[in-house]
Design a protein around this ligand. Structure first.
Ligand code: NIG
Ligand code: FE
Length: 412
């Protein structure tokens, strides 16, 4: 066993409502605490001095921290596209000179540009890229990362991406949760209609994903220029029939996607920058987690997801980085979540829940996102006596230490 501490504050993120607004007063704070770890799990959280007494007779290693420290659950980034090759720095420059994301995409740039680069890369090269990016996320306190395919856009190339994600997962302390986003856009080189493309991936890709245990999650980009709601139905019907979890890129530029997410009982609807009061109300009534992606708003220079309204309507809000080469190149969850909090007037508790417990729910994971007995010992540790310093520094204050499954995974 290991005893880690003492911490000035442990913020376990337990006992919070799964939906709706949360005030900072609702956050439980364990002062002068310690965390007892057995294997990869948390055994007990309590006063450090009490835990020292209880454990002094056993063979417990004590990892004593000098100075003031605060401990949070390891962060969970529930939406990324970190499996890719190439750069879209030109897109970024063009957007900042006045071209829109959709104009660039229609002219053959955008997602298609990354598809071209990603298809040229070997599985091994893709794995290396994921490992490099995931290590940076780990140093920022992220211990679980969702990673989508979606830059392959053919059966073989989507499989290559998902194998690369699987290989990277085996090389990293961080857990990668993969998602198939073969329905990202209609590939430009597909000879047939959008419906025929979806038919092909329904027939040839979905069963292989199951057979090879490559992913349990199916995503689609529902948008003008990508897939219309009606078009996606047969694909989602088959995915549901096969037992996949559904998640949707919804309401990014126009509405329609969140309604599909609700109808298919999706785990999450992500983006929602264009959601109006109607969609917000329907989402809040549903069990779908609303995932805000401030990195895409910052990358594209457009509106933030109406996070305040979603919470006030009673919705569940997760916050993810959307790290991708196009719309969200920054890839810094903590910075983006803090900035979203500033612009959307979110409490510390709401932002932190969005990247811990509510992010775990967005990935259907019950063993992380909070610090309690039986949960994974995934810890994000900051050199401060007050947890409020973390978001106050708007991402410029990084963890000094990160533990993953009971092992020290990053030490500054
Ligand atoms: O979540 N909106 C669609 N897909 C990604 C962007 C992908 C890209 O631009 O490469 C997103 O923002
Ligand atoms: Fe995305």
């Amino acid at each position: 066993m290991k005893l880690i501490g003492p911490f000035k504050q442990i913020i376990p993120m337990t006992g919070l409502p799964t939906k709706g607004a949360i005030t900072d007063n609702q956050l439980e704070i364990v002062a002068d605490g310690g965390i007892l770890v057995e294997g990869d799990r948390i055994k007990t959280i309590g006063k450090f001095d009490d835990l020292v007494k209880v454990t002094s007779l056993n063979d417990t290693e004590i990892h004593e921290l000098k100075g003031d420290h605060t401990c949070l659950p390891g962060f969970i980034d529930a939406h990324t596209h970190i499996c890719f090759s190439g750069s879209r720095a030109n897109d970024y420059a063009m957007r900042n000179s006045g071209k829109t994301y959709m104009e660039i995409s229609k002219a053959g740039g955008g997602i298609w540009d990354t598809v071209t680069q990603t298809r040229k890369a070997s599985q091994e090269t893709l794995t290396k890229g994921i490992v490099k990016r995931a290590k940076r996320h780990l140093a920022n306190g992220v211990t679980t990362i969702e990673v989508k395919s979606g830059y392959g856009l053919s059966v073989a190339e989507e499989l290559k991406m998902l194998y690369a994600i699987k290989d990277a997962d085996e090389l990293l302390p961080v857990d990668l949760v993969s998602t198939c986003l073969a329905a990202h856009m209609v590939p430009r080189d597909f000879e047939g209609s959008p419906a025929e493309y979806l038919e092909q991936i329904t027939r040839e890709l979905l069963p292989t994903l199951k057979a090879e245990k490559l992913t349990n999650r199916i995503d689609a980009f529902i948008e003008e220029g990508a897939f219309y709601p009606l078009l996606i139905e047969p694909y989602f019907n088959k995915a549901k029939e096969l037992g996949f979890d559904i998640t949707v890129h919804a309401d990014q530029f126009s509405t329609g996607g969140s309604e599909v997410a609700i109808r298919y009982n999706a785990i999450s609807a992500d983006h929602l920058e264009a959601s109006t009061d109607i969609e917000i109300k329907l989402l809040a009534k549903s069990n779908v987690i609303a995932t805000a992606l401030p990195g895409a708003s910052i990358g594209l220079g457009c509106n933030f997801t109406p996070a305040r309204k979603i919470l006030d309507a009673g919705g569940a809000l997760a916050i993810a980085s959307d790290h991708n080469p196009g719309s969200a190149p920054m890839g810094d969850l903590l910075t983006q979540a803090a900035i979203l909090g500033t612009f959307q007037k979110l409490s510390n508790a709401e932002v932190l829940a969005g990247i811990t417990t509510r992010a775990a729910a967005a990935l259907n994971l019950t063993d992380r996102g909070r610090l309690s007995s039986g949960c994974l010992a995934d810890l994000s540790i900051f050199h401060t006596a007050d947890y409020k310093e973390i978001l106050y520094n708007q991402g410029n204050f990084k963890p000094c230490m990160v533990w993953k499954k009971g092992a020290l995974a990053y030490n500054k």
